[in-house]
Write a protein that binds this ligand. Structure first.
Ligand code: URA
Length: 245
């Protein structure tokens, strides 16, 4: 943000990559945020790029935004650091800012993962009301029946919660190895959601890949490789998220 453009305080904090917009709102309400030396406890106030923001004694640095699309390989954790010293998705990318993953893929799941320092886009991408398509390809043990595919479409109960309607397609069946390949398009992002959805109807997922998030896919990338989004892609993403599909 530059010059006299006025933006809401929580948006400025989230856009800097410091934290999500919701977290910024919490910090403001707790009286942890100072603008030009004054504590601000209201959520509505607008500030300009010339105003100094201090949070918990840290001066807010307005970082350049970065958007990285990673083809997450197996055997890597989706966190910024790991107690068990396992490789993290952050170890796979070179970045001059503090990027972090948007959402989570399991250790053994591969596929599309966005890394950014833009708290605003993180918030928009992870908010359930925005219903972002996430396309998964699951290889499961067993020959899945039409009835079971329909159960997934209608929603199944996992951890006492009924999943929303999903688009589900059978891609192939292998009668020799007794495995099936199924494509699922979901909007939600509960922990281990796809594995739990199959578990709920009696199947084990043996391989899971996320092929697409919104319009971002793996074209041109190999596992472990990444690329930066173009300015055009970032605009397209914001437009879709803010103005709807
Ligand atoms: N669902 C899962 O079960 N695992 C993932 O990594 C992503 C979605």
């Amino acid at each position: 943000m530059q010059g006299d453009v006025m933006e809401r305080l929580q948006k400025v904090i989230a856009s800097s990559g410091y934290c999500s917009r919701r977290k910024a709102e919490e910090l403001i309400l707790k009286g942890k945020v100072l603008v030009n030396g004054q504590v601000v406890r209201e959520l509505g106030i607008k500030i300009s790029g010339n105003d100094e923001v201090v949070i918990d004694n840290n001066v807010l640095v307005k970082e350049n935004k970065e958007y990285i699309l990673l083809y997450k390989p197996r055997g890597v954790v989706t966190t910024t650091s790991d107690d068990k010293k396992r490789k993290t998705v952050i170890d796979l990318v070179q970045s001059s800012s503090r990027v972090y993953p948007v959402g989570r893929l399991d250790y053994d799941t591969t596929g599309v993962l966005l890394l950014t320092n833009d708290g605003e886009i993180t918030n928009l991408l992870t908010h359930p009301k925005n219903e972002i398509d996430k396309v998964y390809i699951a290889k499961i043990k067993g020959i899945i029946s039409k009835e079971d595919i329909n159960k997934l479409r209608k929603g199944v109960v996992i951890n006492g919660f009924k999943t929303a309607k999903a688009r589900v397609k059978l891609k192939s069946l292998d009668k020799k190895t007794l495995t099936s390949i199924v494509e699922l398009v979901i909007h939600e992002g509960k922990n281990h959601q796809v594995k739990k959805m199959f578990e709920a109807i009696g199947y084990e997922v043996i391989k899971l890949k996320r092929e697409r998030v919104c319009f971002l896919d793996l074209n041109g990338l190999q596992p472990g490789e990444y690329r930066h989004l173009s300015v055009k892609e970032v605009h397209k993403l914001y437009n879709l998220l803010v103005n709807g599909k």
